[in-house]
Design a protein around this ligand. Structure first.
Ligand SMILES: Cc1cc2nc3c(=O)[nH]c(=O)nc-3n(C[C@H](O)[C@H](O)[C@H](O)COP(=O)(O)O)c2cc1C
Ligand code: SF4
Ligand code: SF4
Length: 224
């Protein structure tokens, strides 16, 4: 049996998970604080998640060791800036053999780019799934930045404010993978994934970016 697990803030990783879902005719399990990880063992588990500040998102880090599977396929989407050493780190967390590991460049969450990617990158992965064979995931140079208070940097760089258009439907609260919203408050658990912003039917959550962060992202991407 093949299972697909995905954590996605604004849909980029979900678009990649859907590629696998359609190619392999398998449903996707959404990763959040409330996800129940099946205890039965699967043959292959495909895990799709974004790179956050050069790291594995907290929520994914806590789920990876709980997934019961013989083989693993690890897919990390990233906004064309840096990947850290996320695939190697996630390969060390899973309890099973890694048969494929790939970074997929996508749009960047904070540039509000569409959830598009080049699926050519994933075609060899589909072949590897058909004939599972353990691979060695290469260790990469991570740099210093991912170690410097990544979550705090995101919270300082990105602010989310509720406007008077809010009708208190609580949809954002229910969609938050970190259970970080309670009434009008967003707690420190927030990882700035912006899923709440995307899920609000009234567009009542407004995001403001620290100009330095926005400039850094735009400059970095335009140089590539
Ligand atoms: C909190 C946060 C941190 C991010 N850090 C990085 C990063 O270190 N390097 C990078 O290239 N992109 C980074 N991005 C961009 C995302 O990795 C990229 O847009 C990803 O495809 C988002 O997937 P999602 O929409 O499924 O959450 C970051 C995005 C967020 C929200
Ligand atoms: S989803 Fe939007 S309208 Fe509903 S409570 Fe959240 S901010 Fe308010
Ligand atoms: S409150 Fe934070 S963690 Fe929760 S959905 Fe919104 S941005 Fe993501």
């Amino acid at each position: 049996m093949i299972r697909i697990f995905c954590f996605s803030g604004t849909g980029h990783s979900m678009a990649v998970a859907k590629f696998f879902s359609e190619s392999l005719r398998t449903e996707i399990t959404d990763i959040s604080q409330e996800t129940t990880i099946p205890c039965t063992k699967s043959e292959i588990s495909i895990i799709v998640f974004p790179v956050y500040c050069g790291n594995i998102p907290k929520i994914v880090k806590s789920v990876l060791p709980k997934i019961n599977s013989k083989y693993f396929v690890l897919i990390a989407t990233y906004g064309r800036i840096s990947t850290g050493n996320v695939l190697w780190e996630s390969a060390r967390l899973v309890k099973g053999k890694v048969i494929a590991a790939e970074y997929v460049p996508t749009g960047h969450t904070y540039l509000e780019e569409p959830a598009e990617f080049d699926d050519e990158i994933l075609k060899p992965v589909l072949k590897m799934i058909k004939q599972p064979k353990e691979i060695v995931v290469k260790k990469e140079i991570k740099g210093i930045l991912p170690f410097i208070f990544p979550n705090l940097r995101s919270r300082l760089g990105v602010k989310i404010n509720r406007t008077s258009d809010c009708n208190k439907c609580a949809l954002c609260e229910r969609s938050c993978p970190m259970q970080a919203i309670s009434g009008d408050k967003i707690s420190k658990r927030c990882i700035r994934c912006l899923r709440c912003v995307k899920s609000c039917p009234r567009n009542a959550l407004k995001v403001t970016y620290n100009p330095l962060l926005k400039k850094y992202i735009e400059k970095y991407i335009s140089q590539k």
